[in-house]
Write a protein that binds this ligand. Structure first.
Ligand code: AMP
Length: 421
């Protein structure tokens, strides 16, 4: 089959080094911080009964337009997960862990989105969820976890937008007021916004179209409709952020894509990315989703961060620096025997990062390769070393001279050199 017959599908990519290593760095940084804050990992299946995701709200784009669905050979209606929260809630209902349950995750999500830079059909997310606590401090600590993650990566050019969506109880009163207002001004809205208005008026608030902005600017605010409980919780979240020194911008028009959000909602944006894809992550409370999936009335709160966009943003601000040299030792062997093979394997078994050339290249070609490799040390076995039972140890940086070392001692010697002795 000719090479050009198959290419990755639209919105999917191969990640080779250094991109793949950067994804690993982002995920391991998140894992370390989440575990350090008392979260345990959950791994859920990448596909589920489509009903798990439909509970997210049939009016949301993610469910209405972007879901990857198929029927399996057993006739089941299945969807690739478009996000993790619904799966985590399904897993909570199924496994009933002790509450409050704090869990983190990492892996790919799938959405039939319009592909462009920073927007893919398969993309990676990391995230965390807490199920079973109403305490607003949980919201604050989740925001702090995400904030610390970005800081640790060096993505300092970050804006945290926060808002409250109130409780399900006050939502109908607010929606009625919003709908009345939007209907009164429908003539000035874009056609898309008029369609959205009929299905989910809340979503009109996050329309990016300039035509809609003017109408949205003067729309009634949910913040003016809050119950005493929801208002007190909101004060506590903002006070918590102040207390731990995390800067935020209250954005009363911040409503998020999925219908099940209540109370605290937040989003992280960065100027390091194009405006259209500047959201690197977001989350909020979803009191009600667990019950919608057949579970008890347990509240939940969490966030998902886009790994691909985080990598792009970190690259834009130079946060990754130089990519580490892949190996510390380069083995050069020209005897034609098994010296090269034995040496790299004994180094690797001792935990030393080592590589070599193949295909019987000349001494000159192999030395050139060693120089280019970025390794700190070359180990050389030519005919004379093989005859003497030694290996020549040649530092590739600094002033030190090449020196012969007994074959049985060489791994220890290299370990000492790398440790800086
Ligand atoms: P959401 O569940 O839509 O709030 O997504 C959470 C985060 O995942 C967003 O802030 C993005 O960083 C990322 N994300 C969502 N959709 C995509 C996509 N199609 N391609 C890349 N990243 C995405």
């Amino acid at each position: 089959m000719a090479r050009s017959d198959f290419q990755t599908l639209p919105g999917t990519r191969d990640l080779l080094e250094p991109a793949s290593g950067r994804v690993r760095t982002v995920v391991s940084t998140f894992a370390e911080l989440a575990e350090g804050a008392g979260f345990g990992q959950i791994v859920t299946p990448m596909f589920e009964d489509v009903g798990v995701f439909v509970r997210l709200g049939e009016a949301s784009d993610v469910v209405a337009k972007e879901l990857y669905t198929f029927t399996d050979k057993g006739g089941r209606d299945i969807a690739l997960r478009p996000e993790f929260t619904a799966s985590v809630c399904r897993a909570f209902v199924q496994n009933r862990p002790v509450t409050p349950w704090k869990t983190w995750y990492a892996g790919p999500s799938f959405r039939y989105d319009k592909p462009q830079k920073g927007r893919y059909r398969q993309f990676d997310q990391v995230g965390a969820e807490v199920i079973g606590s109403n305490d607003p401090d949980v919201d604050t600590e989740l925001i702090a976890l995400a904030w610390r993650f970005y800081q640790r990566l060096g993505l300092t050019d970050l804006t945290l937008l926060v808002n409250t969506l109130g409780d399900a109880a006050e939502r109908p009163t607010y929606l009625a007021a919003l709908r009345t207002y939007l209907e009164a001004n429908a003539g000035e809205l874009s056609e898309q916004a008029r369609v959205t208005m009929a299905v989910n008026p809340l979503r009109v608030l996050d329309s990016k179209r300039p035509q809609d902005r003017a109408v949205v600017e003067a729309a009634p605010l949910l913040g003016d409709f809050l119950s005493d409980d929801a208002a007190a919780a909101w004060e506590r979240v903002l006070g918590g952020l102040d207390a731990i020194g995390i800067p935020y911008v209250v954005e009363p028009k911040l409503v998020r894509g999925l219908d099940y959000y209540t109370r605290t909602t937040f989003e992280f944006t960065t100027d390091a990315l194009d405006a259209a894809q500047n959201a690197v992550g977001g989350g909020g409370r979803y009191d009600g989703l667990v019950a919608a999936l057949g579970g008890p009335e347990e509240p939940g709160v969490g966030f998902a961060l886009g790994v691909d966009r985080t990598v792009l943003a970190c690259e834009a601000v130079g946060a990754f620096g130089d990519d580490e040299p892949p190996v510390d030792v380069w083995v050069v062997a020209t005897t034609g025997g098994t010296d090269g093979l034995e040496l790299v394997e004994s180094l690797r078994s001792a935990g030393i990062r080592a590589d070599r050339a193949y295909d019987g290249r000349s001494m000159k070609a192999q030395m050139k390769r060693a120089d280019r490799s970025g390794a700190a040390i070359a180990l050389i076995v030519g005919e004379s070393e093989a005859a003497a039972g030694t290996v020549s140890v040649r530092p590739l940086r600094g002033e030190a001279e090449q020196a012969p070392v007994d074959r049985n001692e060489v791994v220890n010697r290299v370990a000492e050199l790398l440790a800086g002795d």
